[in-house]
Ligand binder design. Structure first.
Ligand code: AKG
Length: 350
């Protein structure tokens, strides 16, 4: 992936995002799509939950008398329609290679004006056919960081437009201050009583007079957005599964806030300390060329894109049979955990 030019950097500063960018070749995108298909077909998952699971955040007082927030389990009888994979790079080399590719990471450094960036997390976001929107939200509100010095790279796996459930961005909204996190299932704002400094993201920003920009990408293209920009995605009204690979980069030296600000994984980093590289590895040390980008589409590329477009949505996958605890063809390096009956998957967000 090439470094950005000054016009693209200006676009990012002005609008809060920059797109479209050639991030992956269609072939590489196809490899990731096949990987996702494998995971879903095998019903074996890593740290995965349904993005639309109900979210409940409660305040607890620790032994030291300090207050912090944690997620509470909420029973959710609804079938999984919105699989969300978390930190897949830890388990699968096909994703790790992209997450550690210096090309996109160098662009993240350019956008953040940083000497070093860390990989905060990666995600796969799958929208099954005929599933709803992702409500507008701001990524920073889900992160226990002391500053919004982070960017998200959203990569389309498969050709993408609004009918397929693509991303929508509210340009310039990154300049409008901190907002409350949103529960993705019902669009409810969270933390209102605890974060008096933050206001809600409008549920329909266009009805409030804001512009909307939509991502229309061919497979492998992507866009970077600012941690403060409002964005969401349209319903997937097509008969095709929609998949995206998402990488989040954060400036090295950012301070971890932990549950004092927002629940997250338990990690080896105490609140008030800089992010630990054992959990948030450093990327972008290498040169800026990206080995996985193949910009110009050859005839073969286009043929594969067409195949992607016609890709059958559920070769082996049965949405209703989605659950934890199965083997995944020996690909996983970690034993899947079985959730006790009646207990919802623990919600976790970016
Ligand atoms: O993929 C989607 O539908 C939404 C993803 C998103 O909001 C994000 O990655 O920040």
């Amino acid at each position: 992936m090439d470094r950005l030019g000054s016009r693209q950097l200006d676009q990012f500063r002005d609008l809060g995002y920059v797109a479209p960018l050639d991030v992956l070749s269609p072939e590489r995108a196809m490899v990731l799509l096949d990987a996702i298909d494998d995971y879903l077909a095998a019903e074996a998952v890593l740290d995965t939950f349904d993005l639309t699971d109900p979210i409940l955040i409660r305040e607890v007082v620790g032994d030291d008398g300090g207050k912090r927030f944690e997620y509470a389990d909420v029973p959710n009888p609804a079938p999984t329609v919105f699989p969300f994979f978390f930190n897949i790079w830890r388990h699968d080399d096909r994703f790790r290679e992209v997450a550690f590719d210096p090309g996109p990471a160098v662009v993240a450094k350019q956008l953040l004006g940083a000497d070093e960036v860390l990989l905060m997390e990666d995600n796969i976001v799958v929208k099954e056919p005929h599933t709803g929107p992702v409500p507008f939200h701001q990524d920073y509100s889900y992160w226990p960081l002391d500053r919004p010095s982070a960017v998200t790279l959203w990569i389309a796996l498969g050709d993408m437009d609004a009918a397929r459930g693509s991303m929508q961005i509210v340009p310039r909204s990154h300049l409008l201050g901190e907002r409350l996190p949103v529960s993705f299932g019902d669009g409810r704002s969270l933390m209102a009583e605890h974060w008096p400094h933050a206001t809600e993201v409008p549920t329909a920003p266009d009805a409030d007079g804001h512009e909307l920009h939509s991502y229309e990408f061919t497979s492998g293209q992507g866009g970077f957005h600012d941690a403060m920009v409002w964005h969401g995605s349209t319903p997937n009204t097509s008969y095709l599964r929609r998949s995206a690979y998402v990488i989040r980069y954060v400036v090295a030296g950012s301070i971890w806030q932990g549950g004092v600000r927002m629940p997250y994984d338990d990690i080896d980093c105490a609140p008030g300390e800089p992010l630990t590289e054992s959990h948030f590895p450093r990327v972008a040390d290498a040169a800026s060329s990206c080995t996985c980008t193949m910009g110009g589409a050859s005839v073969a590329h286009r043929a594969r894109r067409l195949r992607l477009h016609l890709w059958r949505p559920s070769r082996r996958y049965r949405a209703t049979r989605w659950r934890r605890g199965r083997r995944c063809g020996g690909r996983l390096h970690r034993t899947a955990r079985r959730r006790p009956a009646g207990v919802a998957r623990r919600p976790r967000r970016r």
